[in-house]
Design a protein around this ligand. Structure first.
Ligand code: GDP
Ligand code: ZN
Length: 456
């Protein structure tokens, strides 16, 4: 790879702190910093992984800027794979900015956003998914999101995708051999094998997608719509979550005119709660807008909490709501269980046929039960350690790869020619490669033929 210019940037957040770090990376990192460093050692020939104490001075007047510690990293054993010096200085805005300025005067260029990580990728130290993990780690807003991002940086996603692609290469190799040497008459065996492999690959892509979905939720939050007729307790429920008074709690039906959004978090998992106006027929225009918004909110939600007030007989509006929410992605909250039950037996059996929870906004312990139920519903039983944070790019690639593999299965089942099966399999392989930043290369063929001794 061609040498690039030397870049520099402040690596820590600006503001008052005990120390700050200016990072310099590139071919000339050591000589550039050496020009403005006063210490008992010269830097130009400094070895890797050392700490040097001294002062940084201005390039021209040799005026002291700050007391510093320099950390040295020699290529390729550095974050970027280039020569890197990290300058630790005092954390004030003044010191750190003066130092950056002086490093630029001494010959470095200001780094673009993400450029250090981009160099690590270009230098081949990390793949695309790891580079994305670095970005996620920086932006992580919850401990779980950070954990997932760090594991992605360490290569968890890379590992899984690579394993999968290795399996696919073996299957492809089998296909190629059968296609090229049809006289061996092993087509049935190959089709059987492709079918088995494709089934297994499909399972693994699905589980990657599930985990990717979980990652999305860890980053963006679980979108939860709260729906129900007026007065069933939606705003009170929202308040139980938020423990604030942002949503207006009132006894006049139809007061919650708009969609109210609240962000809270349970056990490090962000929740995005939407309190909607009751979805029901209404003459009131303002309220209709609210109803319209509720419907839109329902569409976007990962989970819908449908509130029913069991202290009153249920009616056709409750019935309409029950029909409008997604069966698998909803939880019935049988609210106001602190009051005498007034719903009929038929409604009770209906509630039993769906996921439901007897609840009261007035009973403290019920909230914990509800939150446990939500985690269970969204993450399933095993809320294991997340290993990566998928972004939209990953999700779309996984979806497309799944479609291609489904085609492979269909093809294998319906007796389509093996050439077509191979095309679909290859497409899935390329899509997965894109997840980790690999473009299709000649080495697919090399690998296929190095695995198989055709001379036998
Ligand atoms: P919304 O119109 O669905 O948002 O309902 P609100 O949250 O405004 O609540 C309507 C009324 O029901 C208010 O007077 C609440 O105090 C009351 N309420 C809400 N939840 C409960 C509950 O679990 N038990 C009892 N007894 N009252 C409740
Ligand atoms: Zn309300």
């Amino acid at each position: 790879m061609a040498q690039q210019d030397t870049i520099a940037a402040i690596a820590t957040a600006l503001g008052e702190a005990s120390i700050a770090v200016v990072r310099v990376s590139g071919e000339h990192a050591f000589t550039i910093v050496d020009r403005i460093f006063q210490g008992s050692n010269r830097l130009s020939n400094a070895p890797s992984h050392r700490v040097y104490y001294g002062h940084l001075v201005t390039l021209e007047e040799r005026k002291r800027i700050d007391e510093v510690l320099l950390l040295t990293f020699r290529s390729p054993k550095s974050y970027t794979t280039e020569d890197v010096i990290e300058i630790q200085c005092h954390g004030g805005v003044q010191a750190v900015q003066s130092i950056l300025l002086e490093v630029l005067r001494a010959g470095a260029r200001l780094a673009e956003p993400g450029e250090f990580t981009k160099r690590a990728f270009l230098g081949g130290r990390i793949d695309l998914s790891q580079a994305e993990g670095v970005m996620e780690a920086i932006g992580a807003k919850t401990p779980l999101a950070l954990q997932a991002a760090l594991s992605q940086v360490e290569g968890a996603l890379h590992q899984q995708v690579e394993d999968l692609r290795r399996t696919m290469i073996q299957t492809m190799a089998h296909l190629e051999v059968t296609i090229d040497y049809p006289e061996h008459d092993e087509e049935d065996i190959t089709v059987q094998r492709v079918r088995n492999d494709a089934q297994m690959i499909l399972e693994r892509i699905r589980s990657l997608r599930l985990e990717a979905e979980r990652g999305r939720i860890l980053r963006e939050g679980i979108k939860i719509a709260i729906v129900g007729k007026p007065n069933v307790g939606k705003s009170s429920l929202l308040n139980r979550f938020a423990r604030t008074n942002r949503a207006i709690v009132t006894e006049i039906p139809g007061t919650t005119r708009d969609v109210i959004e609240e962000r809270v978090s349970i056990d490090g998992i962000p929740l995005l709660l939407f309190d909607t106006a009751g979805v029901r027929e209404t003459e009131d225009v303002v309220e209709q807008i609210g109803v319209q918004k509720s419907r839109e909110t329902l569409e976007k939600a990962d989970l819908t909490l449908l509130l029913l007030d069991t202290s009153r007989p249920l009616d056709e509006n409750d019935g309409l709501l029950l029909e409008s929410v997604h069966r698998e992605r909803s939880l019935l909250i049988l609210n106001k269980r602190d009051l005498p039950l007034a719903v009929g037996v038929d409604w009770q059996s209906l509630a039993l046929s769906r996921r439901s929870l007897a609840y009261s906004t007035q009973i403290e312990a019920d909230q914990g039960k509800l939150e446990d139920e939500i985690k269970q519903l969204v993450f399933g039983s095993e809320l294991g350690d997340p290993t990566f944070l998928a972004n939209a790019r990953h999700l779309s690639l996984l979806e497309r790869a799944e479609v291609a593999i489904r085609r492979v299965l269909d093809d294998a089942n319906s007796g389509v020619t093996l050439d077509l099966v191979a095309v679909d399999l290859h497409e899935a392989w390329i899509l997965l490669g894109e997840m980790i930043g690999e473009t299709p290369r000649e080495d697919l063929l090399d690998q296929i033929f190095s695995q198989f001794c055709l001379g036998k």
